[in-house]
Design a protein around this ligand. Sequence first.
Ligand code: ADP
Ligand code: MG
Length: 226
Amino acid sequence: MDILRRAKEEGRKVLTEIESKEVLKEAGIPVLEARLARTKKEAVALAREIGLPVVLKVVSPDITHKSDVGGVKVGLKSIKEVERAYSEIKRSAAEKVPGAEIWGVSVQKMAPQGVELIIGMTKDEQFGPVIMFGLGGIFVEVLKDVSFRIVPLTRRDASEMIREIKGFPILGGYRGEPVDISAIEDMIMKLSEFAYKNEDVKEIDMNPVFAYRDKAFAVDARIVLE
Ligand code: ADP
Ligand code: MG
């Protein structure tokens, strides 16, 4: 876990999306890989390599909520759009967070529409690390439709916490195809194992995770250290 060690040495508490995804990938959790472009030219080269359409996001140790500062541009379908998005992200982020250290922009594939989930880890004063699961968007923000289990989880815990949220029928195909629930269970189990082994991790946020008929992966990720 070189990334965790390096961030700690540098006195950084919040890892970037790119770093967080690398750490989670090493822990066996599927993520949508994001790569760093330090210049517009690099962003274009990466977009060509990854294949359009792509998503660009601001990469800064000082910015945790990227879309709040105009730092996320999705569905970029041409090189021209990539170039424009790069400039707009940098300008907007610098304007909204004056003095922010901006490392560049991350480039990643535009993921097809899936069912949006949230999977996270926080530390409870009494119980220590707990895993949270919920459906994304209004389900979490408005309805607070989430479930919790204490780390370390059993497979049965993971299975139950998915099934006990009110929105569970949506995963079973209420609004389309059913999603791969065992892939979601796997992600929860891997996250529990990672949290159990890494006491210096304070918080993990995978928001959103996209779930599909045959897989699930984290589209955004954030790790906060103690
Ligand atoms: P933040 O939470 O820091 O504002 P996110 O990375 O979560 O930024 O991006 C904001 C939203 O943009 C996500 O909730 C998701 O709906 C969409 N999004 C982000 N990355 C992708 C992607 N690679 N493919 C498709 N949609 C994406
Ligand atoms: Mg997010």
